[in-house]
Design a protein around this ligand. Structure first.
Ligand code: ZN
Ligand code: ZN
Length: 364
């Protein structure tokens, strides 16, 4: 193959366009990768709809990827120090931080880097080398990309979620972790919520409560480690509150993660956390408007730890990858749809309508 096939976002809300680009010769430190699996993230659909202010046009979407090294110029090492060779199966961290700004150097929070570049998000495809997103047969990775080498026979579709939803959930648990014996609430049964449930279980939570909207999704939550599930379409907010207070001897949960991307969820979740507890919001990828809170009752009087979570760093991708590798059968159930590259637009629609838990494009 001498050219790459890509699905390109050229106009918001219109179907992605199939385009071909010449395969670039990798420069020093770069990797040309033949994509094995590209995750379709909920935020791709938001970008497609023009809701993400970072979106350049045209752009090859897709910030979650796993693939085989198809071109390499010099030696390259994985973040674990293994030599990367042509033919190796790799997973890459989606963001590249600059390692020179205030947030990289002083605060040591590369997720907040002022110059952060993200494959498939803020890297358009107008100029050569074009191939900077995952909805493509190939991608060109820069020298500063952090790469993980994978065992050759691992299912690429199952691990691809480590690079965005898994990594972002890991960031939340890295900032604040529940303690052994805690009751943890997870709001939202999508990939972020499922990763959060699995992380909470790994942290030793005694009870994990998941709130979601459909029986199928809640069953999936139980498979990932949720002990109790509450269907928000069957139980009113007052009934959900009553259940949670029953489970916690009237205290409220110790730790809650919002993975729903809904303002109502934030308001409800904060009200369900006990005094001195922790509330993390990971579910918002783009502007969502204002929310009214009772500052005294919800925040101050509660001594609440309120934590926002923005994207993630390389070590969070590592945490998510390790979590998945310990539970491959469980995480395989998250992948509800595998589609050829040409059906990328449909993949975004399935994510948008929440018909799919996770869509993975498999260009092969
Ligand atoms: Zn930086
Ligand atoms: Zn994402």
């Amino acid at each position: 193959m001498s050219s790459a096939k890509s699905m390109v976002l050229t106009e918001f809300n219109a179907p992605l366009e199939k385009q071909e680009y010449p395969l670039p010769e990798p420069a020093k430190g770069q990797l040309l990768v033949k994509i094995a699996a590209a995750g379709v993230c909920g935020s791709d659909a938001h970008m497609w709809r023009g809701k993400d202010p970072r979106t350049p046009l045209p752009v090859i979407l897709g910030h979650e990827g796993v693939g085989w090294v198809a071109g390499i110029k010099d030696d390259k090492e994985s973040v674990e120090g293994q030599i990367i060779r042509e033919g190796d199966l790799i997973l890459w961290h989606r963001g590249i931080s600059c390692d020179r700004c205030y947030y990289c150097k002083i605060i040591k929070e590369p997720a907040l880097c002022s110059n952060r570049l993200v494959y498939g998000i803020n890297r358009g495809c107008k100029e050569p080398p074009h191939l900077r997103g995952g909805y493509s047969s190939h991608i060109l990775l820069d020298e500063s990309t952090s790469v993980f080498r994978l065992p050759p026979h691992i299912d690429p579709a199952v691990v691809v979620g480590a690079t965005c939803s898994g990594s972002t959930a890991a960031h939340a648990f890295d900032l604040f972790s529940p303690r052994i014996g805690d009751t943890v609430l997870v709001q939202g049964p999508g990939p972020l919520g499922l990763f959060s449930i699995a992380f909470a279980a790994a942290c030793g939570a005694a009870q994990i409560v998941a709130i979601g909207g459909t029986a199928d999704r809640l069953e999936l939550c139980r498979g990932f480690g949720a002990d109790i599930t509450l269907n928000r379409n069957e139980l009113s907010a007052a009934e959900r509150r009553e259940k949670i207070m029953e489970l916690t001897d009237g205290l409220g949960v110790d730790y809650a993660v919002e993975a729903a991307g809904s303002k109502e969820a934030v308001k409800e979740g904060i009200s369900l956390v006990r005094p001195g507890g922790t509330y993390l919001s990971v579910g918002f990828g783009e502007p969502a408007g204002a929310l009214e809170l009772e500052i005294f009752e919800d925040l101050v009087r509660k001594n609440l730890h309120l934590q926002g979570v923005w994207v993630s760093d390389v070590r969070h991708t590592y945490m998510a990858l390790q979590l998945i590798r310990g539970k491959m059968d469980t995480f395989a159930k998250m992948i509800t749809h595998r589609l050829p590259l040409e059906r990328a637009t449909e993949g975004m629609e399935l994510m948008e309508k929440k018909e799919a838990v996770k869509v993975v494009l498999t260009p092969e």
